[in-house]
Design a protein around this ligand. Structure first.
Ligand SMILES: O=c1ccn([C@@H]2O[C@H](COP(=O)(O)O)[C@@H](O)[C@H]2O)c(=O)[nH]1
Length: 277
């Protein structure tokens, strides 16, 4: 379990607000790893070993594990167990369902005694409203991360629809702020939506934002920081493919480290600019 204050301390100590996405596709990892019992786990362990001093969070995306059935679930559980305790562990599951079903999702990802997984945080699609989100908050100290404004091209289909509270994504932020405080609630905001960060900060001045889209999707770290950084940083910037698939041979973990380091160094500059370190 990682509290807001611990997260902020780690950001200052590591000079980093990098979240590394473990979107591990068994068909994309280096061929030599296939001699291991669990190639995906071996890949993840080496990525984690090579990068853990450079990042403050890891985010396995559930789809890459669930797509492989029982074996994939085991890779996910074993990867969770291997994650360093000083990094925020986020399961990117994007769940959302009626209350009793959400109870089961929360149990699956938060109740380590029963499922083998006790992630610190989970991404949630908030579309089904309050009763779909509250079950996760019953787990003391765990974080919920609601999809607000996603990095996807399709975000314009619904998220920018006008409502009484402004755009629909703005209504999501306003309403959900009544469900939990900034010590338990984050929002996903895509790095590809740099121009919206200033508006989002007006609605969510203290919440951490989980920001995917830097790297393979072309989002700008500089723009995100220009409008999104707060005095306590308030950002976790995720990159998955650009780091974990930086090379496709025996050097993959070193190459991942190099990519992570470039981002960490750019983040250190942003933290200095904002006088956080
Ligand atoms: O709006 C969103 C929400 C989630 N994601 C997820 O983040 C990573 C991004 O991976 P990259 O390889 O760095 O593009 C991936 O797991 C997505 O499912 C997102 O991209 N946008």
């Amino acid at each position: 379990m990682l509290s807001r204050q611990q997260l902020i301390t780690h950001i200052r100590q590591k000079k980093s607000f990098l979240c590394i996405g473990l979107d591990t596709d068994i068909h994309k990892i280096p061929a030599f790893l296939h001699r291991y019992d669990d190639p995906v786990l071996e890949f993840n362990k080496r990525i984690i070993d090579a990068t853990q001093d450079l990042c403050v969070a890891y985010k396995p995306n559930a789809a890459f594990y669930e797509s492989r059935g029982v074996k994939g679930l085991q890779s996910l559980i074993d990867t969770y167990q291997y994650l360093p305790k000083d990094c925020l562990s986020i399961i990117d599951a994007k769940r959302g369902d009626i209350g009793n079903t959400s109870d089961q999702y929360a149990n699956a990802f938060f109740n380590e005694a029963e499922s083998g997984m006790g992630f610190d945080a989970i991404t949630i699609a908030p579309y089904m409203g309050n009763d779909s989100v509250i079950p996760y908050l019953k787990y003391e100290g765990k974080w919920i991360i609601l999809l607000a404004l996603t990095s996807s091209v399709g975000s314009k289909d619904f998220q920018y629809l006008q409502s009484d509270e402004g755009f629909l994504y703005q209504a999501v932020i306003k309403k959900s702020a009544t469900w939990a405080g900034a010590d338990r609630l984050m929002y996903v905001v895509g790095a590809t939506k740099g121009e919206e960060f200033a508006n989002i900060r007006k609605l969510a001045p203290d919440n951490f934002l989980l920001v995917p889209g830097v790297g393979a999707q072309g989002g700008s770290l500089e723009e995100v920081c220009k409008y999104g950084i707060t005095k306590e940083c308030g950002l976790l910037v995720n990159s998955s493919r650009s780091i974990i698939y930086a090379a496709n041979d025996e050097t993959f973990a070193e190459a991942a480290r190099e990519e992570a380091k470039k981002l960490q160094q750019a983040m250190a500059q942003e933290l200095e600019k904002a006088e956080i370190i």
